[in-house]
Design a protein around this ligand. Structure first.
Ligand code: FAD
Ligand code: NAD
Length: 466
């Protein structure tokens, strides 16, 4: 029997940040993780996916279909060495997970590599692996922080195996499939589907809804849809999967009001969402209050059981790494006796498609519903010098503000590297900036961020370049 003050189950962005913060506050902290630290995000999510996407962009730019020839750069067709690409990508993952491990050690967190099983709100049984492999042991704690994350959701009629893969396998291909069916045109389906298309795979995307990235409006996602078409990706929208055969690589799909059809490919990537591990590993036995498949938490990340906390993907949407880390900061601060609440005005979201899509705060329709009316203005990258010099002018920045006091409540953008605009977007919303604040701020020239200022000017009826 071992005892600790804080016991964190899961070492992803939620768990490792919580453990770091409680340990830094001088509280005895133990973290149990069955895999490498860093969780889904560092090992099989955010980081390796962005590395693969970057490599695919570079490769595509050098092919004839890419943009290099337009710029007068003539290359011999590039060749892809997947093994080298995979090892470069893995190097980044190792650097980051090694960094997290070092941070945990420096902060004095006791990290146990093993499987955790929750016995009650204060006791966890841990079966260690690796060097510590031993009999299961019990750890008792004052505070139990649940951060077990999520796993890819399976389609019951097309379970993972044989040719049916999840994002995890898609991130590290041994060989490039000539053909790929992607089920789901959400974050993963489009990010990875586009990357594969750029590497030379013939990609078909099947989406149940009538549009791609259905959480967002079609005006925002149209440039992405145009790019998918330019890349030769076949898009089957409003199409449901009826069944399939993993060994043969076939999928039966039923487009709305049309006949069922059978598709065949070397691989089938199922990207229809992620399933929270909110009841596994004995957590279900705690009988916590739930919200659908997620653990219900209050604004301090407390569950319905005293001194049991839940953070990250197990607590619901949006299932994003930066939200998980922000919740972890709050939970750790409250455990350390400080007054904190998780009440962000905006949680930014980025889809790393080509072009990228970035969203913070309310969409125009959401703002109109909330406030009865809203000021909405867009500035196109076609009118932005920097976007033209990057040869990537398809897209725009859009601002959403209250009509009564001009307070900015939302930003959206689609275009080159717009992920980097999310800091400005979120700061503006969190600091309750008004359109006049952004319109009156000097933005460097030539930068993509000038489109942010131009959108604010336009919303005030004072557009300069458009
Ligand atoms: P996780 O990262 O899933 O960590 C949970 C950890 O708990 C895991 O390491 C797991 O091994 C461990 N664990 C679970 N049960 C036990 C147990 N019983 N015993 C011991 N250990 C256990 N988000 C973004 O914000 N930006 C992105 O660009 C982005 N890209 C993504 C790309 C892909 C392909 C995927 C799959 C996800 C992506 N995400 C992205 C989502 C992001 O990875 C998650 O939101 C984030 O990792 C959630 O953090 P978490 O700590 O809640 O859970
Ligand atoms: P998602 O929720 O983003 O998209 C799933 C898509 O699959 C939806 O469009 C849905 O309509 C569709 N779908 C569901 N069932 C279907 C069916 N039977 N047939 C056809 N289409 C179907 O989920 P995801 O792409 O798997 O990603 C999971 C989560 O991981 C995301 O919600 C996000 O939280 C996180 N993630 C984030 C990033 C990022 O921040 N850049 C990248 C990847 C993943």
């Amino acid at each position: 029997m071992q005892s600790t003050n804080v016991l964190v189950v899961g070492g992803g962005p939620a768990g490792y940040v919580a453990a770091l913060r409680t340990a830094q506050a001088g509280i005895a902290t133990t973290l149990v993780e069955r895999d490498n630290p860093g969780g889904t995000c560092l090992n099989i999510g955010c980081i390796p996916s962005k590395a693969l996407i970057h490599a695919a962009d570079e490769f595509y730019r050098l092919t004839e279909a890419g943009s290099s020839a337009r710029l007068g750069i003539i290359t011999t067709p590039p060749k892809l060495e997947l093994a080298r690409l995979n090892s470069w990508k893995q190097g980044i993952v190792s650097q980051l997970t090694g960094g997290v491990q070092a941070l945990l050690k420096r902060a004095g967190v006791q990290v146990v590599k093993g499987d955790a099983r929750v016995l009650d709100g204060k006791t966890v049984e841990v079966t260690p692996f690796g060097e510590e492999a031993a009999k299961p042991r019990r750890v008792v704690c004052q505070h139990l922080v649940l951060a077990t994350g999520s796993v890819p959701a399976e389609l019951p009629m097309l379970p993972f195996g044989a040719r049916v893969i999840s994002s995890t396998e898609a991130l590290t291909p041994d060989e490039l499939p000539a053909t790929l069916i992607v089920i789901g045109a959400g974050y993963i389906g489009l990010e990875l589907g586009m990357a594969y298309a750029k590497l030379g795979t013939r990609v078909t995307v099947v989406e149940a809804q009538d549009r791609i990235l259905p959480a967002w409006d079609t005006t925002l996602t149209r440039p992405v849809q145009r790019r998918l078409q330019a890349l030769g990706v076949e898009l089957l929208l409003g199409t449901r999967v009826q069944g399939g055969e993993a060994n043969a690589g076939t999928v039966q799909v039923k487009p709305e009001s049309r006949q069922e059809r059978t598709l065949q490919a070397d691989k089938i990537l199922v990207a229809v969402g992620r399933r929270p591990l909110a009841t596994q590993a004995g957590i279900g036995g705690l009988m916590l209050d739930m919200q659908g498949p997620y653990i219900r938490v209050d604004e301090q990340c407390r569950t319905s059981m005293r001194n049991v906390w839940a953070i990250g993907d197990i607590t619901g949407e949006p299932m994003l790494a930066h939200r998980a880390m922000a919740q972890a900061e709050v939970a750790a601060a409250v455990i350390a006796g400080r007054r904190r609440r998780f009440e962000p005005l905006a949680i930014p979201a980025v889809c790393y498609t080509d072009p990228e899509v970035a969203v913070a705060g309310l969409l125009p329709d959401e703002a109109k519903e909330r406030f009865g009316d809203a000021l909405v203005a867009s500035f196109p990258f076609a009118g932005n010098g920097r976007a033209l010099t990057l040869d990537a002018a398809d897209g725009f920045v859009r601002v959403v503000a209250r009509r009564d006091d001009h307070r900015i409540v939302g930003w959206q953008a689609v275009g080159p590297n717009v992920s980097e605009l999310t800091a400005a977007f979120t700061q503006a919303i969190e600091m309750c900036a008004r359109l006049e604040d952004i319109a009156g701020t000097i933005h460097a020239h030539p930068t993509l961020s000038e489109a942010v200022q131009e959108a604010a000017l336009k919303a005030l009826g004072q557009g300069l370049h458009g």
